[in-house]
Design a binder for this molecule. Sequence first.
Ligand SMILES: Nc1ncnc2c1ncn2[C@@H]1O[C@H](COP(=O)(O)OP(=O)(O)OP(=O)(O)O)[C@@H](O)[C@H]1O
Ligand SMILES: [Mg+2]
Length: 329
Amino acid sequence: MDGYAQFEDDNSINQSIQMEYFDRDADSSQELQDSEDMIVRIGNLHKTYLLGLEGVPALRGVSLEITRGEFICILGKSGGGKTSLLNCIGTIDKPTKGDLYICGKRVSSKTPDSEVAKLRLNNIGFCFQTFNLIGSMNAVENVELPMILDGRLTSTQMRTRAMNLLDQVGMIDRATSLPSQLSGGEQQRVTISRAVANQPDLLLLDEPTGDLDTRNSNIVVELLVNLNRKENMTMVLVTHDVSLKKFAHRVVHMLDGKISRIEEIPQETRDEAEAKLKEALNSPEVQTEGFQQDTEVREPRSHYSFHKFAKQYEDTKQKLRQMDDSVEV
Ligand SMILES: Nc1ncnc2c1ncn2[C@@H]1O[C@H](COP(=O)(O)OP(=O)(O)OP(=O)(O)O)[C@@H](O)[C@H]1O
Ligand SMILES: [Mg+2]
């Protein structure tokens, strides 16, 4: 695909930027002397939510290590702690007890907010089922948002990268559409583009195909498989859809706040699942099935939102435009 070739070029620029960034951080005293490939390291993690005067134990001693390039699928009954684990890994929630290292950095209740925000912006990409894009911004502006916050690329570079990312997910023709003008599947594809805009080390997905029809779900899964295979992007995917586990390297089964078992998926099974997925996507029968125009506007939840950055986006964009007259809008 052409978009991939362009993306690879774009990657090399961003990788060198990212390397500088890591170098700058190397002196931090909280740095874990782990291999660079240890993306997540969790030891005996506990998370208890306070509900009134009651404590609700969501995680009860979870230990897990995830290395670069792994595709992890988390399955389990409702209330088992899947989202709580993902939120702790994503630094949205701080653990009550236990060890948590993301990209070698220890995250605890004492970690300064600025450090956590930096991790979120540069190392972690999020993609959730029910709250996604900023309704007042079109697709390409939504994808640019994390790059604006990061502030390392020029306006032209951001627009080029955002368009490349949208191209990869087959959404280039809808770049100027508002979220409310896109179907659920299309919104999800834009969300994934935004989640990977700053080339995160780790992509976290909470039921990203949860409310999609088969066709859109297949498109999203293919996109994730490609990101994992071609970009070596580490992924943690929470789902209720058991059929997705065939695409993962390992499946973490959760029950009552604990890992009940970890299942390894043989490479053969993954290859077979990917071949079947490609077949389904190429089948004309499936292609005509199930497209629906969903006009729902999704608003991000308050605890993790780009919402508050909308004004900052406009101001920064304005300044960048003045500096860079060659921007095509
Ligand atoms: N903010 C919160 N306040 C209080 N209790 C919470 C909160 N978030 C989660 N819980 C509780 O923690 C436990 C684990 O919830 P969690 O959302 O992690 O489960 P889950 O496995 O993601 O479930 P589902 O499959 O339904 O999404 C549940 O008992 C839930 O009620
Ligand atoms: Mg959940």
